[in-house]
Ligand binder design. Structure first.
Ligand SMILES: [Fe+2]
Length: 155
């Protein structure tokens, strides 16, 4: 095992958080009656699962193992995803768009590259991850707007 990179904790947090998100987005996609919502949720769910695996893979390549982190809120999120709440209520309860900011405003990902020791391969992975998360934010925001429009103008 080589020297421990300072960013190992960051990789571990992403690996675990994304794997959890894959589970609840998949459970929600399996439940929704709305084809448009399901299309968006499938994209998000597979991205999350792939991020979880890609970050775990990178941790292994660096010579370490993923330390499983039990998120105390995960069970509650699974319950929400599987419930018969409306898609809009789920979006609200799961805080799906809570990390979204305007394109020129700071977000949670801005600090990831503050660690200048990040190696090239890990940096490429993190860069792609961040770009996909921000795109996911845009997809979710668009989906939410459509759901809100449906609520205000019921058909
Ligand atoms: Fe994510």
């Amino acid at each position: 095992m080589g020297e421990k990179p300072s960013y190992l904790g960051l990789l571990n947090a992403v690996a675990c958080g994304e794997a959890d998100a894959h589970e609840y987005f998949t459970a929600w996609a399996d439940m929704t009656p709305d084809d448009d919502v399901r299309r968006v949720l499938r994209i998000i769910a597979t991205r999350e699962g792939e991020h979880g695996m890609a970050f775990a893979k990178r941790i292994h390549e660096l010579g370490f193992e993923v330390r499983p982190k039990v998120d105390p809120k995960h069970a509650e999120r699974m319950e929400i995803a599987r419930s018969d709440r409306s898609d809009l209520e789920k979006m609200e309860a799961l805080g799906v768009t809570s990390f979204c900011t305007a394109d020129d405003e700071p977000d949670v990902f801005d600090s990831f590259f503050r660690d200048h020791s990040i190696d090239i391969q890990t940096g490429a992975l993190i860069g792609r991850y961040i770009a996909e998360e921000r795109d996911t934010g845009r997809l979710a925001t668009g989906c939410r707007a459509k759901l809100e429009a449906k609520v205000s103008v019921p058909n």
